[in-house]
Design a protein around this ligand. Structure first.
Ligand code: AMP
Length: 259
């Protein structure tokens, strides 16, 4: 994943999108499937829609370390009083750390930010590089919350994040982007503004793309913006093409062909 392609982590909120995806997803064998409950979904399973922080401690105790999280990040979790990984973290961390793409169904409140932030930070530690990951999210509020969690988890390793959302001066943001942060957390509209108008800014070096609440992003009026962002990389477009083939209602119309 880290030579010439971009790792994807996609989180969906909507149970129907998740079910459609999970029921046919085995066709893509480089992608993993999971539910917020930590189970592979099938089309007749009930989805628990409540936003609870589910931590399963009944059997053998699962720790961040036992899932493969490196010591410095385990300490960061301890510092945040994250004693055990939540279910979505238990399911997604080993997969993402193994370098596979991840699609998850998880709500705000389930620990999903940690589920994508920890593997990204760990890979960043292995392979330090500016403009390493892009997290796309539908709202400004979510963008700032995600940035806070990246900074809290990454404080001891010097991670630099940059939030790119509307309502803030473009020039200020252009200066932040010029410093080449490790992680960019953005709403699609403002990110496209910068891709089109900020000299020297591009996403060609990206190693991770997260679409947080992807179903919301794609159901809001962000279609053209997402197209433009994904066109920065053939790998991204190819993966979207595969997703389209999986008949996810909110994604199926969005195919971008390379070349
Ligand atoms: P999220 O679903 O990412 O919005 O996270 C919801 C809240 O759960 C945030 O306040 C996190 O700090 C917290 N959280 C995430 N992972 C854990 C964990 N493993 N243990 C305890 N709290 C957590």
């Amino acid at each position: 994943m880290f030579t010439d392609s971009v790792g994807w982590i996609v989180f969906l909120l909507s149970a129907s999108a998740g079910l459609a995806l999970a029921s046919s997803f085995s066709l893509i064998n480089t992608w993993s499937k999971m539910a917020a409950n930590g189970e592979v979904m099938s089309s007749d399973e009930e989805i628990n829609e409540s936003a609870e922080l589910e931590i399963d401690t009944k059997d053998d105790v699962v720790t961040f370390k036992s899932l493969g999280v490196t010591d410095v990040l385990c300490q960061a979790c301890e510092g945040l009083k994250w004693i055990n990984p939540t279910k979505i973290q238990q399911e997604s961390l080993p997969v993402a750390l193994a370098g596979k793409d991840v699609i998850g169904l998880a709500e705000t409140g389930s620990g999903k930010t940690g589920a994508f932030a920890l593997p990204i930070l760990q890979k960043l530690l292995d392979n330090p590089q500016r403009l390493f990951a892009l997290v796309m999210t539908p709202t400004r509020e979510l963008a700032f919350q995600i940035s806070e969690q990246f900074e809290a988890l990454g404080s001891t390793i010097g991670v630099k994040c940059c939030v790119i959302v509307g309502g803030i001066d473009m020039m200020t943001q252009a200066l932040m982007l010029a410093k080449k942060p490790h992680i960019v957390i953005a709403t699609p509209g403002r990110l496209v503004d910068h891709l089109e108008n900020t000299k020297g800014f591009n996403l060609r070096s990206l190693k991770f793309l997260v679409m947080d609440e992807a179903d919301r992003i794609l159901n809001m009026d962000f279609e053209q913006e997402v197209d433009k962002i994904l066109k920065v990389s053939c790998q991204m477009s190819d993966k979207l093409y595969h997703l389209q083939g999986q008949n996810v209602p909110c994604i199926k119309e969005k195919v971008i062909k390379c070349g």
